[in-house]
Design a protein around this ligand. Structure first.
Ligand SMILES: [Zn+2]
Ligand SMILES: [Zn+2]
Length: 287
């Protein structure tokens, strides 16, 4: 089995997100601790977070996949953007220290003309510094694994190949030893990046395993794509209505090497659409 859920809004509070996901039929979810376009994070009450944790345990939820703001960029050519990103990630991860055992997923960034090598170095240095600061300020080891998201590779976007992700992990872990970094595989992004999960899912997973290691693959973003494989576009589509298609996405959900992980829908849907997609994925989970 897998865990399935979607993005929910933090605007009504933490426990409210859990209730919302239960009402949609899910058993995991994603949320932005702050506005997805950046900005200040909402102050969270410790009691509200405790209530959410009780609900998650009671309802047998899988790990949550918290999402860093889209505006974050650890490898921007602009120092101000890099520094703001570090602050946002540090604050998000500090907040999440009271919710250990979950994942914090983010887009590695865009090198904005600096070149991939510089991008990889800045991402790794950023991660190492952020982790050190969170552990120092909270007086505790980082409680949540940070997930680098596989990206479509549009423009100067980093993380469009498994090799780049591997290089980010290796460079970061050389700076701060320990295993605090994993990967979130987005089906739309890898497809748009040229990995043909429609006709060769086994081959793509074998390549992921060879280059990164499947033990690092800890969460899935389950999306169809509006574009053809290799388009490098990153336009999500509803499950079964895009170019990846229902058969291929069903094989992803059923794949033995991908079980026991949280799958997050980032498809263009309203609540009713998510309720239906969650039910559809639950059908696919039946043997
Ligand atoms: Zn995604
Ligand atoms: Zn995307």
């Amino acid at each position: 089995m897998i865990y399935i859920g979607n993005h929910v809004s933090v605007s009504a509070g933490y426990e409210a997100m859990g209730r919302e996901e239960v009402s949609l039929g899910g058993d995991t979810f994603a949320f932005f601790p702050r506005n997805p376009r950046g900005g200040r994070s909402k102050p969270a009450s410790p009691e509200d977070i405790e209530k959410l944790k009780e609900l998650l345990a009671r309802e047998n939820f899988g790990p949550l996949v918290v999402h860093g703001a889209y505006t974050m960029n650890l490898c921007s050519a602009k120092e101000e953007v890099r520094m703001n990103t570090r602050e946002m990630m540090r604050d998000d991860l500090l907040l999440l220290q009271s919710m250990p055992g979950n994942f914090y997923n983010f887009h590695p960034g865009s090198h904005t003309g600096q070149g991939a090598e510089t991008g990889i170095r800045q991402i790794a240095e950023g991660l190492a510094d952020i982790i050190a600061e969170v552990e120092d300020r909270s007086g505790k080891e980082l409680g949540n694994i940070i997930l680098l998201e596989t990206m479509a590779g549009k423009g100067s976007e980093m993380g469009g190949t498994f090799e780049e992700i591997r290089a980010m992990i290796d460079t970061a872990e050389a700076l701060i030893p320990g295993r605090r970094i994993g990967v979130c595989l987005d089906t739309c992004h890898v497809w748009d990046g040229g990995y043909d999960i429609e006709s060769d899912l086994d081959g793509v997973l074998a390549e992921f395993d060879r280059i990164i290691g499947l033990d690092r693959l800890l969460a899935i973003h389950l999306n169809d794509s509006k574009n053809i494989c290799g388009a490098r576009k990153d336009r999500h589509e509803k499950l079964g209505q895009g170019r990846i298609g229902e058969e291929a996405l069903r094989r992803v959900v059923q794949h033995p090497l991908l079980q026991n992980r949280p799958f997050i829908l980032e498809t263009p849907n309203d609540d009713e659409g998510y309720r239906q997609e969650i039910a559809l994925v639950r059908e696919w989970m039946q043997p």
